[in-house]
Design a protein around this ligand. Structure first.
Ligand code: GTP
Ligand code: MG
Length: 383
């Protein structure tokens, strides 16, 4: 938040670029970036560069140090080689508190710096994630042979379908502008990907944190210097990861359903006990039936909230206070209570359905409503 507190005009944008043996490329890339920065400044951003180099044996870091002396806005972060994802995470942690936007880009000149001002403009328009996309109109990979095109298309299609990100045309592009406010919502512990698969996991995390996504056309140029760093391990991780994403998503639904299921028993149990007590003391009437039902509802709401808070949404990064979430959960629950009691009375009084069965039907309908509104509103995650 620091940069924003200083006021609109002093926004900072960091280009974060990971390098491994990119000496030839970084030597060309940085002057190109610096040229583009004139337009970046016009968009209201102070541009900076962070190179995350993993002790490249070709002397990339030395080249960066030289360039840093020439231009005053370059930083270098060094570390051991653990993969693209690990390098990006280190880079993000380094700049996150001191900027408003982060541009992720490859250092091998595949990503043209000239797109950056336009990407920042989209952030200014209110988008929070702008993707340089090869797979929308105007984008492409003209240098690639058919075999590479097919592999990339196939991988991208796989990520879109398996991970469920149909809306995004290019899930594997590494050229992105992200609003730092959005990135802060991501819990890096849940990313768990070290190599190139990080790009899809990060996209997914941003997506479920409510990213407003815009794709801009990217014509991807093949690298002229140096070699690819993509390994077979990266490819395996990529395919396994898409399934992991999908499984994690359904795990949340299953957990919510289990919690809800346990809540049904608590609700019905308390309902029966309350009926026993109230009927024997106050007699059987619509009033005592409603009171017993409401007592069952309240106890089960508290039960469900505690379990969801501690388990289903344990890794939620929605940082609103637990009491706020509890209040929201109650508000959703109250609307659910209205729904489930309407069903109970409708079925029981109109159609003479056994009260427990009528109540059960009400709980089930209310449960669905509960799930969707809580995911979207209480914990602010994507369905
Ligand atoms: N710091 C760091 N950077 C990496 C690592 N792996 C890849 N990179 C960088 O990430 C960017 C993308 O890697 P590339 O090898 O170009 O991957 P690609 O674009 O899929 O493949 P190419 O066809 O070779 O362009 C480049 O700037 C690499 O130097 C790593 O383990 N650590
Ligand atoms: Mg490349």
């Amino acid at each position: 938040m620091k940069a924003q507190e200083k006021g609109e005009k002093e926004k900072v944008a960091y280009v974060v670029t990971p390098t491994y043996n990119e000496r030839e490329n970084i030597r060309i890339l940085i002057p190109l970036l610096e040229e583009t920065f004139e337009s970046v400044k016009k968009k209201g951003y102070t541009p900076r560069i962070l190179v995350v180099d993993d002790n490249s044996p070709d002397g990339t870091a030395e080249e960066v140090k030289k360039l840093a002396q020439k231009y005053g806005n370059i930083e270098l972060l060094t570390g051991s080689k653990q993969g693209l994802g690990v390098a990006y995470q280190r880079g993000f942690k380094h700049v996150m508190d001191k900027c408003d936007a982060i541009i992720m880009m490859d250092a091998d000149l595949s990503h043209p710096p000239s797109l950056i001002p336009g990407m920042l403009e989209e952030l200014e328009r209110g988008y929070t994630l702008v993707i340089g996309s090869r797979y929308i109109k105007g984008g492409g990979t003209p240098d690639w042979p058919l075999s590479r095109k097919l592999i990339s298309r196939g991988g991208n299609f796989f990520a879109r379908i398996v991970a469920g990100m149909y809306r995004v045309h290019d899930c594997t592009s590494g050229f992105r502008a992200i609003s730092t406010d959005l990135l802060r919502k991501v819990d890096f512990r849940t990313l768990a990907t070290r190599g190139y698969a990080f790009l899809t996991t990060l996209l997914y995390e941003l997506y479920i944190k409510g990213a407003k996504i815009k794709e801009v056309p990217l014509v991807f140029k093949d690298r002229k210097y140096g070699e690819t760093k993509l390994t077979r391990k990266d490819i395996i991780e990529f395919f396994l990861n898409a399934w992991r994403i999908r499984f994690r998503d359904s795990k949340r639904m299953i957990k919510f359903a289990i919690v809800g299921g346990s809540g049904i028993f608590v609700n019905l149990g308390v309902f029966q006990i309350a009926k026993l007590l109230l009927y024997s003391n106050l007699g059987q009437s619509n009033g005592t039936l409603l009171a017993s039902s409401l007592i069952g509802d309240e106890i089960s709401i508290i039960w469900n909230f505690i379990l969801n808070h501690e388990w289903t949404f344990k890794h939620s990064t929605n940082d609103s206070h637990v009491l706020v979430k509890m209040l929201k959960f109650h508000a959703v629950a109250i609307s659910s209570v209205v729904i489930n009691n309407s069903v109970l009375f409708f079925l029981h009084t109109r159609f003479g359905v056994w009260d427990v069965a009528a109540k059960l039907a009400g709980i089930l309908i209310a449960f669905l409503w509960n799930y969707f509104v809580n995911v979207k509103w209480t914990w602010r995650e994507k369905i």
